[in-house]
Design a protein around this ligand. Sequence first.
Ligand code: NAP
Length: 330
Amino acid sequence: MAEPRAFDIAIVGAGPAGLTAALYAGRNREHAVLLENKGPGGQLLNTELVEDYPGIKSILGVDLALAMTDQALSFGTEMVSADVSRIHVGAHHEPKVIETTQGTFTAPAVILTAGGNPRKLEVPGEVEFAGRGVSYCAVCDGAFFKGVHLAVVGGGDAAVEEAVFLTRYASKVTIIHRRERFRAQQLLLDTARRNEKIAWVTNAVVEGIDGDESVQRLALRDVVSGARSTLDVGGVFIFVGFIPNTGLVDTHIDHDAAGYYITDAMTMMTSVPGIFAAGDVRSQLTRQITTAVGDATTATIAAAKWVEEWKRGLDETSDELVHDVVSGAV
Ligand code: NAP
């Protein structure tokens, strides 16, 4: 078996947060590795247009992913295409051990930037019709639905933004939301409301997805009146949030009720010394590309300082001091 490869900082996941961490680690000449299992870009690859990244008025998600990857790796951080299965946290004086499909890596500091996966509706038919009319990615699958009436489920930014995108192909897009009020940004809502192809069904939940070869109808329930109805559609795109990818570390890390890691605001360090979190795995008000890259910048600089102190041989009792050093208190 190959020897573990030793680094100072291991970055897990190459979405905008991971790529930013790789960029800053490389520019600061840290000995860092970026571990990614699906190809770099993260959620950018599921996003058609990005129009809220400062300095770039409008860019395809895939193009921004390519540009971020190119820039990040140009400063020397190594990217390894590997699936991380477990991160072991040992004693304070030991580096963390990261098991992957490409062997074992060690690093005293780990920056978790592994994003998340789409939350499922968990209704009958969802699994059966996955890939046959049930989708979680408009950019990936939208073009298969030319001239078809589609449903979009959800009331957040993703649902409203992707519904607008799907009107390029669909004859009609019905947004189904379980409440009257949407949590999507007003700008996105205004754009969707101006789009004549979009219809709205609020206070309704999807109870089932049905069809034969592919999706043909949804079973709906009005949550106010309790009335049941069906909606004939040729496909349903589900955008009901994310489940953060937080199951990799073998010890407890403090998290919020939805499972997102709670970090120190100054350093992005989690409750486990030497483990930092940035991007969609972190508990915060909103999850934007801009917040992901900001978090990751902080996390990387803090992680580098933490490693410096760790190398100076601080013992377990000095975690507080390490934190103070990282946060600039001493
Ligand atoms: P989100 O903001 O968590 O919204 C999820 C939506 O799904 C909510 O409206 C929620 O309803 C609904 N929902 C959750 N579980 C449901 C269920 N079981 N059945 C029916 N509806 C359900 O998730 P998101 O839209 O994927 O966005 C994730 C993050 O990415 C957010 O921070 C968002 O701001 C960000 N984002 C930003 C942009 C952008 O800036 N352009 C684009 C996409 C995503 P309730 O409202 O009733 O809870």
